[in-house]
Design a protein around this ligand. Structure first.
Ligand code: LLP
Length: 414
């Protein structure tokens, strides 16, 4: 079910027409549907009902405090990759004891911060990180709960930039080395072996590779148990894909079914770390056409959003549907939808058939995940406002940046 639908020829977010949001808050503007955000989390809850399970939302997908707060109130945990994300979770009312900390380069300060806050688990990605964590936990007289993030070496069949569980990736500990590293961890005084983790990639449309990874994780878990290393939880990562164009991803329940089937009868707590699946289709980027330009070879719709607002097309050649917010005009022209940034890679969509005029609003769909979170200030462009719609009300959850904020921390030489 979509929460962005046309009513009387105008695209709405739940009960609010998008032109109303543009008029009140300007463009470019990210608009999210509260109901859409919570519906996806609820799908996870239902699929995992009756199990000891924790859904840890991957904060990197969209770290707005209001979204974190909605998820915290709905009982979610969080998957973080930095001290900054941990601070956001706490500021949003999230419970640190439901936080897992992933990432290949945790600093000593980040480890101290996470230990002080009492996070659920560090997902350790290398032998070097394990040593550092043990040292730091010793200094602050704590025991760090750890899982090794194991690299199961399965091909998730997705974009190479977002595959993470292959032998050549920088992530995780090699499958063949995990056993030895667990044995070593057992001997360390300041770590407590809690679980095992894996994450094989993102935008996965087929659950088979994830089920294969789960199999490998279970094999390892059983070998560890045979040596007296009993794991309390299994973290199977995130990665569940969504529809951007014409993909047909399984439902949350459909994706999880083959994985949960492998886990039948197991006693360990189960964790998942979905990001995109929770927020991707719950948000759009609202933008206005500044100019229509008829070039020699192509026509351009130059909009006020750009690659600094939504980087996915430029970075991954990702497809996002682009819909006119009004459905008035009838003559369709093929446009390159581009932003004002001075790069040829600054596009939001190629060869889109649109019936539009200057000043019209466009909605870049499926922009809730890795949109605002990956935005930048390139070309000294203030970042967009963010709005959450709840029924017929719209709430600003992040104000548009001002130009002055952009260089407030800069100094000229004396
Ligand atoms: N857990 C770990 C350890 C991760 O590295 C990631 C994503 C997730 C969970 C959440 O994955 P998801 O459920 O969202 O697929 N910027 C790219 C995606 C990068 C994903 C990085 N890791 C994009 O825009 O497609």
């Amino acid at each position: 079910m979509s929460f962005f639908v046309y009513r009387d020829g105008t695209l709405c977010a739940e009960g609010v027409p998008l032109p109303q949001i543009a008029a009140a808050h300007g463009t470019p503007c990210y608009v999210y549907s509260r109901a859409a955000l919570l519906a996806r989390l609820e799908e996870f809850r239902q699929a995992l009902a009756g199990r000891d399970a924790l859904v840890c939302y991957a904060v990197k997908a969209n770290s707005n405090l209001a979204i974190l707060n909605l998820f915290a109130r709905a009982g979610a945990g969080f998957d973080i990759v930095s001290g900054g994300e941990l601070a956001r979770v706490v500021a949003a009312g999230g419970d640190p004891s439901r936080v897992v900390f992933s990432g290949v380069g945790k600093s000593a300060d980040e480890m101290r911060q996470a230990l002080a806050m009492g996070i659920f688990c560090f997902n350790v990605e290398s032998a070097a990180e394990l040593e550092r964590l043990n040292d730091i936990a010793g200094q602050v007289v704590k025991r760090a709960s750890i899982a090794l993030r194991v690299n199961p070496d399965v091909d998730p069949k997705t974009h190479p930039y977002i595959s993470t569980g292959l032998r050549g990736n920088k992530f995780g500990v090699a499958y063949g080395e995990a056993l030895a590293l667990y044995r070593h961890a057992r001997a360390l005084p300041h770590v407590d072996i809690a679980g095992i983790a894996c994450h094989i990639g993102s935008q996965l449309l087929d659950p088979a590779p994830a089920a294969e990874a789960a199999d490998k994780i279970l094999t390892l878990t059983d070998r560890l148990a045979a040596e007296g290393i009993a794991l309390r939880h299994l973290d199977l990562g995130g990665g569940i894909g969504i529809r951007y164009r014409d993909e047909t991803p399984p439902s949350v329940a459909g994706y999880l079914a083959p994985i949960l089937a492998k886990l039948a009868g197991r006693k360990e707590k189960i964790l998942f770390e979905p990001g995109r699946a929770l927020v991707g289709n719950a948000g759009i980027l609202l933008t206005r056409i500044e100019h229509l330009k008829h070039g020699e070879e192509k026509n351009f719709a130059i909009v006020d959003a750009a690659m600094n607002d939504l980087m996915r097309p430029a970075l991954y050649d990702a497809w996002h549907d682009i819909l006119p917010v009004g459905q008035g005009a009838s003559d369709t022209t093929e446009y390159e939808v581009v932003g004002p940034v001075c790069e040829s890679g600054d596009f939001l969509g190629h060869a889109r058939a649109l019936a539009v005029a200057e000043g019209d609003l466009l909605s870049i769909m499926s922009a809730g995940a890795y949109g605002m979170a990956m935005s930048s200030n390139y070309n000294t462009r203030p970042r967009a406002a963010e709005v959450i719609v709840d029924g017929d009300q719209a709430f600003v959850v992040r104000e548009r940046e001002t130009i002055e904020q952009l260089f407030a921390g800069e100094r000229v030489l004396p």
